[in-house]
Design a protein around this ligand. Structure first.
Ligand code: NAP
Length: 218
């Protein structure tokens, strides 16, 4: 399976790309500017000279052509970017990892995007795709630190069983991550908003938090 990341040049996309590539998943880092994506891939390779990373830099259109696509743009560009590639994404599973947030002093506050979540907005412009919300809580730095295993649960929300299954399988390929079926896309609003709480705790405790849920398969 080849994974494409729209807006893969930011910290989240870079971290996810490095992590997926580190477990042998061919990953296409997409950008509005293919040259920028190529530079990001070169910089990831130079960060990890001893690791074989199956990464490719491309335009967002190149990333959208992959079997499985992640939207990792800044949150307020996620819906527009997905819509630009709607034709290519038709029939595919598309993962939304964006969170609508603002920083207010020493806190992060969740914003409520149209349709309640970024993921629901992405699904609305991709009526022929199967959108799942996932990866919102994973700190980019830990994702990208491929010399250490991850340590987090990933809540997966989708209205399509196939999208939940495919996304959960991808999550399961990464050591230290556990996918949890967190319900339909209606749950994405709560999952995305929770990111603001985690980021606020990061400031309070000077750390980078992630979530583990007890009581499931313990
Ligand atoms: N950072 C984290 O730790 C983290 C963790 C989990 C989830 N997330 C979520 O993942 C998303 C990306 O986070 P990030 O920190 O990587 O964000 P970012 O660096 O601000 O943005 C990611 C990419 O979005 C693209 N972009 C920016 N403006 C755009 C526009 N107007 N139209 C289309 N594309 C645009 C850029 O790619 P090009 O210029 O190359 O096209 C940029 O590199 C966010 O929604 C965030 O909530 C972040």
């Amino acid at each position: 399976m080849r994974v494409g990341i729209l807006g893969g040049t930011g910290p989240a996309g870079r971290g996810l790309a490095a992590r997926l590539a580190s477990v042998g998943i061919e990953t296409v880092v997409g950008s509005r500017d293919a040259e920028r994506a190529t530079e990001v891939v070169a910089s990831l390779r130079s960060d990890w000279p001893d690791v074989e990373l199956p990464l490719i830099g491309a335009s967002n259109a190149g990333a959208a052509a992959c079997e499985l696509v992640v939207v990792a743009t800044v949150w307020d560009a996620a819906v527009v970017t997905a819509a630009e590639h709607a034709e290519m994404l038709s029939g595919r599973v598309v993962i939304s990892m964006a969170n609508a947030l603002i920083k207010v002093g020493r806190e992060f506050h969740a914003l409520i995007p149209a349709r309640g979540s970024v993921a629901a907005g992405v699904q609305a412009v991709l009526p022929r795709s199967m959108v799942a919300a996932a990866f919102q809580h994973l700190p980019a730095r830990e994702l990208g630190a491929i010399d250490s295993p991850c340590d987090a649960d990933v809540m997966v929300c989708s209205d399509f069983e196939e999208a939940t299954a495919v996304t959960s399988e991808l999550v399961g390929r990464v050591p230290g991550l556990r996918a949890l079926d967190a319900g339909g896309l209606a749950s994405a609003a709560a999952v995305e908003a929770m990111t603001a709480v985690l980021l606020t705790m990061n400031l309070r405790y000077k750390t980078r938090t992630a979530l583990r849920v007890t009581g499931v398969g313990d």
